[in-house]
Design a protein around this ligand. Structure first.
Ligand code: GLU
Length: 450
């Protein structure tokens, strides 16, 4: 059996981290088993579906690298992949239910007769859940009288206006598209008995169902679009790497059952499987997501680091083609958690002026000998001919010796004088990139300020 999974978003909003995680798990499951990953757009709700939302979802999936084998823009033998274009298929399936006596008309709507029996969902993650739809749906809450009232448990599958309802089209398409595994959010678990009843009415074997537990925000409620880290396009804007976001989303509900937390996409494809998915809810942690990103930044190839950082450098006024950029990026990759933080670490290398941080200046001013230190540094550095990390360090060491101090006492003043702050990338490599003339200019300029 060839595994066929699908991501079936309704284009009614942004690509949310919960949806993206569902897409990732379906994609990983298909890739792990050498199967096919399908993108199907559930846009039967014409009032709420928008092309903008569709574009955001497609862009988000593309940015994450979750390429689909069948679906919009790709085609495939089970298309069309937009439900709004599949009415003839739904009409055909409805005719089958009419012929077998499974449906009837009710005030212009079409209802599917639910069976009066226990339906058991054997979920690959959540275990067994049994329901009798006839009993479960026979009462409903009436908001006007604020009471439970009699209700018709039979499911409306077509509205009086002719529009088909989610449960029906979802099942028809899973049958038509030969879906073998339905991996989706736990919020759909309660729909699954209805779906199983429909599969049975069509005489079709249902797919394996796997409902992924919810992703909660730090306060323990269901994550909403207003929570930090909820929207995929914001990860891109904020300087996350797609591989890191995939890694973090994989951890939101799955573990490799060992201590490993940092995974490349290839490793995830090799190791992801349904038994590793937890049956309890996950809790979103933005700081952990940042940490995962910092780990991926550390391991990027130099070329990939440059490609990914380039837009952020340009935005900060640093020319990504500047010959010093690759070396500067190497200095920044250990200090930045996000691509967007890289320019801040290395901006001083590419700037004509130093932006001084008041607190940093105050800190080095505490030592009375600061003017003497700066002038010794300026002289020592001006006199060195070995413009390498080692050469610069020994020049600083010698300058320290000349004024009876240890090298360590000169490092922080030098950093503040040249880079403007006590924090930032490693000092000596930054000096190498700045060039001797610029370093001496900054030291003397700082000395004159004292
Ligand atoms: N369109 C449904 C949703 O966005 C998909 C449900 C499913 O995956 O079966 O929630």
């Amino acid at each position: 059996m060839t595994v066929r999974t699908r991501f079936a978003p309704s284009p009614t909003g942004f690509l949310h981290i919960g949806g993206a995680r569902t897409a990732l798990y379906n994609w990983l499951y298909a890739r792990h088993h050498g199967g096919t990953f399908i993108l199907r757009v559930e846009d039967t709700d014409a009032d709420r579906s928008t092309t903008e939302s569709m574009q955001i979802i497609l862009d988000g999936l593309k940015w994450l690298g979750l390429e689909w084998d069948e679906g919009p823009g790709v085609g495939g033998e089970y298309g069309p992949y937009f439900q709004s274009e599949r009415n003839d298929v739904y009409d055909r399936y409805l005719a089958r239910l009419e012929a077998s006596g499974h449906v009837y008309e009710d005030d212009g709507a079409i209802r599917f007769r639910v069976p009066d029996k226990l339906i058991t969902v054997s979920d690959a993650i959540c275990g067994e859940v049994s329901t009798n739809l006839k009993e479960q749906g026979s009462r409903r809450y009436d908001a006007e009288t604020k009471q439970e009232v009699e209700a018709n448990p039979d499911i409306v599958i077509k509205r009086p206006n002719g529009g088909y309802i989610f449960h029906f089209v979802n099942v028809v398409d899973d049958i038509e598209m030969a879906i073998t595994h339905v991996i989706r959010g736990e919020d759909h678990l309660s729909n699954t008995p209805k779906h199983l009843a429909l599969f049975e009415a069509f005489g079709a074997t249902p797919p394996v169902f796997a409902h992924i537990p919810l992703n909660l925000n730090p306060s323990g409620t269901k994550m909403s679009k207003r929570d930090q880290g909820a929207l995929i396009h914001e990860y891109q804007e904020n300087g996350f790497l797609p591989a890191a976001v995939n890694n973090y989303m994989a951890l939101l509900g799955w573990s490799a059952k060992d201590d490993q937390e940092i995974f490349s996409i290839e490793e995830l494809k090799a190791r992801f499987d349904l038994p590793g998915v937890n049956s309890s809810n996950s809790k979103f942690d933005y700081d952990k997501c940042r940490w995962v990103n910092s780990e991926h930044l550390k391991h990027l190839s130099a070329a990939d680091l440059l490609t990914n950082a380039a837009p952020f450098l340009s935005r900060a006024g640093i020319d990504p083609t500047d010959a010093r950029v690759p070396a500067a990026l190497e200095l920044a990759r250990d200090r930045a958690q996000l691509l967007s933080e890289i320019p801040g670490v290395i901006a001083t290398i590419f700037s004509d002026t130093v932006t001084y941080d008041d607190a940093s200046i105050a800190k080095v001013r505490e030592k009375a000998e600061l003017p003497q230190v700066i002038s010794a540094l300026a002289d020592g550095i001006a006199g060195t001919s070995d413009w390498t990390v080692d050469g610069i360090k020994s020049a600083i060491n010698e300058a320290a010796g000349k004024i009876g101090l240890k090298m360590g006492a000169l490092m922080l003043p030098c950093r503040v004088a040249v880079m403007g702050s006590t924090t930032g990338a490693d000092l000596a490599p930054v000096l190498v990139l700045l060039g001797k003339e610029e370093v001496v200019k900054r030291l003397t300029g700082f000395g004159a300020m004292l």
